[in-house]
Design a protein around this ligand. Structure first.
Ligand code: 48F
Length: 258
């Protein structure tokens, strides 16, 4: 027999138990796009408790729409080991570039991350940071459900504490921008993204990936916004390489601080 009240009870009981457990984690990643999902997977593989906040009710960020809605995304040679780690199939083209199916990429990035132990909270919008002084550092995020945010209601958010916060919010670099605007003593200068230059952008986005200030890291297109780098358009190797790199940096930093 299915009782309606039991449906409600199990949702409430289990969801609240999860949220209770997730109020303190090792790493918060904001954004379930390609860079955030990649970072989350490699961090979970290292044994860290990882929570991804995604304000949409779906995964993948800018991956799904491919290039101007054409269902193919492009990767370069350097990204192949990561595609292989996730089991994403690809075809080598006549230009030496590789193409893959965006739907498969989204599905495999997210399912491998979840299988590695990552928790993804959908419909959850990060609207602010938590910080401490002496030493000055970021220690978590403040978040509300997306419909609350979209509705423009004044509802106080909940806290999630973490040892590292990763801005994987894409072109807007929302989290680093919040830090720059609301904690001026951090002296973060956000330069803003430049126009398209694919080869240079792919190289620089990986090079500049990493720690912005203690406790706050940046990956993916957000890196371009923070450091004034060009955009690359629908080539995604840099996103995966940036995600893996930020995971390596955080792994090193967190293991050193034990
Ligand atoms: O935009 P997005 O895919 O970021 P990415 O991982 O990849 C960029 C590429 O898709 C593409 C490109 C490179 O080839 O130019 O654009 O850097 O994913 C960012 C995700 O973050 C979510 C947003 O909904 C998207 O799914 N997001 C953004 N701000 C917030 C957020 C926020 N404040 N709270 C929660 N989620």
């Amino acid at each position: 027999m299915i009782k309606e009240s039991h449906i409600s009870k199990v949702i409430i009981r289990y969801a609240l138990k999860d949220l209770d457990e997730l109020s303190e984690v090792d790493v918060v990643i904001v954004g379930a796009g390609p860079s955030g999902l990649t970072a989350s997977y490699y961090l979970a593989k290292e044994g860290f408790k990882v929570l991804v906040f995604e304000r949409r009710f779906s995964f993948g960020g800018g991956t799904g729409p491919g290039g101007n809605l054409l269902p193919r995304i492009v990767f370069q040679e350097e990204a192949r080991p990561i595609l292989d780690d996730f089991g994403i199939k690809y075809v080598k083209t006549e230009y030496g570039l590789y193409v893959a199916d965006p739907a498969e990429a989204v599905a495999k990035l997210s399912s491998r991350a979840i299988d590695a132990g990552v928790r993804i909270l959908l419909g959850a919008h990060v609207e602010d940071l938590v910080y401490r002084t002496n030493p000055l550092r970021i220690t978590g995020v403040m978040w509300v459900w997306t419909p609350i945010h979209e509705g423009g209601f004044h509802v106080d958010p909940l806290y999630t504490e973490s040892r590292a916060v990763v801005d994987a919010t894409g072109h807007g670099a929302e989290i680093v921008n919040i830090a720059a605007r609301k904690i001026p003593e951090l002296k973060i200068e956000v330069k803003g993204e430049k126009s398209g230059y694919a080869e240079l952008a792919e190289k620089l986005v990986v090079e500049y990936t990493g720690k912005v200030i203690p406790g706050l890291y940046v990956t993916g297109m957000a890196v371009g916004n923070v450091y004034g780098l060009p955009r690359m358009g629908p080539i995604f190797g840099g996103m995966l390489l940036s995600g893996r790199k930020v995971a390596e940096i955080i792994t090193r930093d967190l293991k050193q601080s034990y």
